[in-house]
Write a protein that binds this ligand. Structure first.
Ligand code: FE2
Length: 410
């Protein structure tokens, strides 16, 4: 039976790289099976063959050198691997060094590879031109071996430090991004819970929060299809707007159960109290805003909570805004909110049929609701009815900011 072998261990460095050894069982070295080439790769580009030979001889002890006679060959070579450094002659037929470096710097895969120009030219102007095009350094021909090696060593060190720094920054950015997501998720779940609690207090309206978000989604999708209020809608981040709608009645948390669940007609004083849920909700959202960097979700939430009881003819509350002075989010929420109230059972009324609800919505055209949005409502009223049927029986699903739906209090 064959003994088990494992590959392991990297031997001492040599001019060719590092040996990979095979270890037999019990760690006994069996032999070298190959070389792990860890040496840095340099492409040397020069149309003069003797320069290529001299350059290769100078560098081959320390680096893996790939001599190529033209810029065209350089790019062929780059298709196979990305070197650690390029030594580039300036004066070459066809593509000269300046054009070659422009191509290199405009290609993201190679843009960070340090390029040292090799040139017989030593005038200031040509050096400046090369450096302006992105060359790392200049070395004059004929080469001085110690100087060339020192320059290469320095630039490889700088490039590797830059790579390390970039890796470090990428790691930091990734860590910050994960942390931000965690914090946002935590903030959003707290907000979800608040919305769920508001809805849960008013047990007969189970599913209201979910359904109103769904109605809003239908209305917004239809607006886009019909090219209506497109400028407003395209400026929104729907992934934030839809979940933010669940906070529209968050101010109800401060309204007493006796008023919220009163079976009979409200007195004027009680109605004033109910109306207070709007400024209370806005105030609560503003207080959250003060303590967070997140604004998109809360910006929509505040607009919706603050304007969903305004009416097109100016007879709504709390500000008595009219027409398009009412933010579109508020005009849309008014439709979603009232429609859902109509089809739902409330302590003071039985649920209306879908047909009755649609009729009452139509009666509100131009008085309660934006007439253009009532047209949109009729276009999607079938979808509204489907939503009513889907989320009936008090099943309450919450749409998280991630788009995920989760049961709240079924
Ligand atoms: Fe409300």
């Amino acid at each position: 039976m064959h003994e088990h072998c494992v590959i392991g261990g990297i031997g001492e460095p040599s001019a060719r790289g590092y040996a990979i050894r095979i270890y037999k069982k019990h760690d006994k070295i069996s032999g070298v099976i190959g070389m792990l080439n860890t040496r840095q790769k340099i492409i040397l580009v020069d149309d003069n063959m003797s320069n290529l030979a001299i350059g290769k001889n100078m560098l081959k002890t320390f680096y893996e050198v790939y001599p190529v006679p033209s810029a065209a060959k350089l790019f062929e070579c780059l298709e196979r691997f990305v070197p650690d450094l390029i030594l580039l002659d300036i004066e070459m037929p066809d593509i000269d060094g300046y054009d070659a470096i422009k191509l290199l710097k405009n290609t993201p895969e190679y843009a960070d590879v340090p390029v040292i120009f090799l040139t017989a030219k030593s005038d200031e102007g040509s050096e400046l031109k090369g450096l302006n095009l992105g060359a790392t350094d200049y070395v004059s021909k004929p080469f001085s071996a110690p100087l060339l090696l020192k320059r290469i060593e320095t630039h490889l060190l700088i490039a590797s430090q830059r790579k390390e720094l970039k890796k470090h920054n990428d790691r930091l950015q990734a860590a910050v991004s994960i942390k931000t997501k965690q914090i946002t998720a935590l903030e959003n779940s707290v907000l979800n819970i608040v919305a769920e609690l508001v809805e849960f207090r008013d047990s007969v309206t189970g599913g209201h929060v979910t359904r109103t978000q769904r109605y809003l989604q239908c209305l917004i999708e239809k607006l886009l299809e019909e090219n209506l209020y497109t400028n407003d809608v395209l400026g929104w981040d729907i992934d934030f707007l839809l979940p933010s709608a669940q906070l529209h009645d968050v101010g109800k948390i401060a309204i007493s159960d006796a008023i919220l669940n009163k079976p009979g007609k409200l007195t004027d004083e009680e109605f004033e109290r109910i109306k207070a849920h709007v400024p209370i909700g806005v105030d609560a959202i503003e207080r959250i805003e003060e303590n967070t960097e997140e604004h998109e979700f809360l910006r929509h939430a505040k607009i919706i909570a603050g304007t969903h009881h305004e009416k097109w003819d100016g007879s709504g509350y709390p500000l008595g805004l009219s027409g398009i002075n009412i933010p579109l989010e508020g005009r849309l929420m008014a439709i979603a909110d009232v429609y859902d109230a109509l089809i739902s059972e409330r302590p003071y009324k039985p649920p209306l049929s879908i047909e009755q609800a649609e009729e009452i919505m139509e009666q509100g055209r131009g008085s309660h609701f934006d007439p253009a949005l009532i047209d949109i409502f009729h276009m999607v009223s079938g979808q509204f009815a489907d939503i009513v049927n889907f989320y009936k029986d008090g099943v309450s699903m919450i749409i998280r900011p991630t788009g995920e739906q989760v049961a709240a209090f079924a």
